[in-house]
Design a protein around this ligand. Structure first.
Ligand SMILES: O=c1ccn([C@@H]2O[C@H](COP(=O)(O)O)[C@@H](O)[C@H]2O)c(=O)[nH]1
Length: 324
């Protein structure tokens, strides 16, 4: 799947992921009105509203970007109807030719990670048959429980030709509380990694980055690994270091737009080949019509506003990358 992702990044010229993070406050009134008329002001009504909202956004942007990233929390808040909307969104995006990154941030003890991996990326066996669950192409995972929580995901990715983005340095303001803690460099993340040869204390995210690089080198696509990383756009200096530590890992970079990341902050995340990073924007695109800049579209034309926001983001990235 990493090869397909890179091909699509090249053909669209847009190293961009549109984050499908629907909140009811983003959904225009006309969509909510229809959904509530059919299903009531209920979880079912909310599920229908976010699904219709997503569908229209996808119809306006699917030809411009390689991938989307539905954030599962935004769907889970509406219970089972929300999860049904998540699944419909995943399937619809795939039908439209988009690569789907499930932002699920899972990771647990080994046996539980195995179930998460099967449910999101692989197949579950029931009797004599196997069934796909959510069936995303990539998933985000949290490695901070250690390697036994990551390996089941890698195994399923290898079998299914899918991929991961592993949290290394997150974009949020307090990510440094734990991730930047200085640790002795020779951290026994697993038996093989125990012999890391580095001197002095290092921030924890670098140690995690080194382990991601190692997993990456063991699981390569044609030019990049299908084991990628998540590093926030809000920490460009750390992005530059991590880019060097993980040369073959694709970096999913959230934090552009709504969290303050700008085009110039993104340059260090890319390799010299112009590849190696894919930038997410969620609220900045899906709720563009609520921003002053795109307000002239109005709520009825929210899909067109999202398309215009993608065009502007693409231009911003291209300018930043061309001027380096
Ligand atoms: O470090 C991280 C990891 C994940 N995210 C997710 O990305 C989007 C960002 O949304 P915006 O509206 O573009 O700010 C959201 O789904 C986060 O959960 C992140 O922001 N930072």
């Amino acid at each position: 799947m990493i090869n397909q992702l890179i091909t699509k990044i090249k053909t669209t010229g847009a190293p961009i992921v549109v984050g499908l993070d629907p909140m009811l406050k983003f959904v225009p009134e006309h969509i909510k009105k229809n959904a509530f008329a059919e299903f009531g002001e209920s979880l079912e009504g909310a599920g229908e509203a976010i699904w219709q909202y997503n569908k229209e956004i996808v119809d306006y942007i699917y030809d411009m970007v390689p991938a989307v990233k539905p954030q599962i929390a935004m769907y889970e808040q509406f219970g089972i109807p929300g999860l049904l909307a998540f699944k419909k969104t995943v399937d619809y995006c795939k039908q439209k030719g988009l690569i789907v990154i499930g932002d699920i941030k899972r990771g647990d003890i080994g046996s539980t990670s195995e179930a998460y991996a099967v449910g999101h990326l692989g197949k579950v066996t029931v009797g004599n048959k196997s069934y796909y669950g959510f069936d995303e192409d990539f998933a985000t995972i949290n490695p901070y429980l250690g390697s036994d929580g990551v390996k089941p995901f890698i195994k399923v990715c290898k079998e299914e030709k899918k991929g991961l983005f592993i949290l290394v340095k997150t974009s949020n303001p307090s990510s440094g509380e734990f991730q930047d803690r200085l640790v002795k460099a020779q951290v026994p993340l697993d038996g093989q990694a125990a012999g890391l040869k580095t001197s002095g204390d290092r921030p924890l995210y670098e140690i995690v980055g080194e382990q991601v690089a190692k997993w990456g080198e063991e699981h390569m696509g044609d030019s990049y690994s299908y084991i990628g990383a998540v590093v926030g756009a809000t920490y460009p200096e750390m992005g530059m270091v991590l880019r060097k530590i993980m040369p073959k890992s694709y970096i999913l970079v959230p934090g552009y737009g709504a969290q303050g990341g700008t085009g110039k902050d993104l340059v260090p995340f890319f390799n010299e080949d112009g590849l190696g990073a894919i930038i997410n924007s969620s609220r900045g695109i899906i709720a563009a019509y609520q921003q002053e800049k795109y307000a002239s579209f109005g709520p009825e034309r929210f899909g067109e506003a999202s398309r215009a926001a993608v065009e502007d983001m693409k231009e911003d990235l291209a300018q930043a990358l061309n001027s380096r």
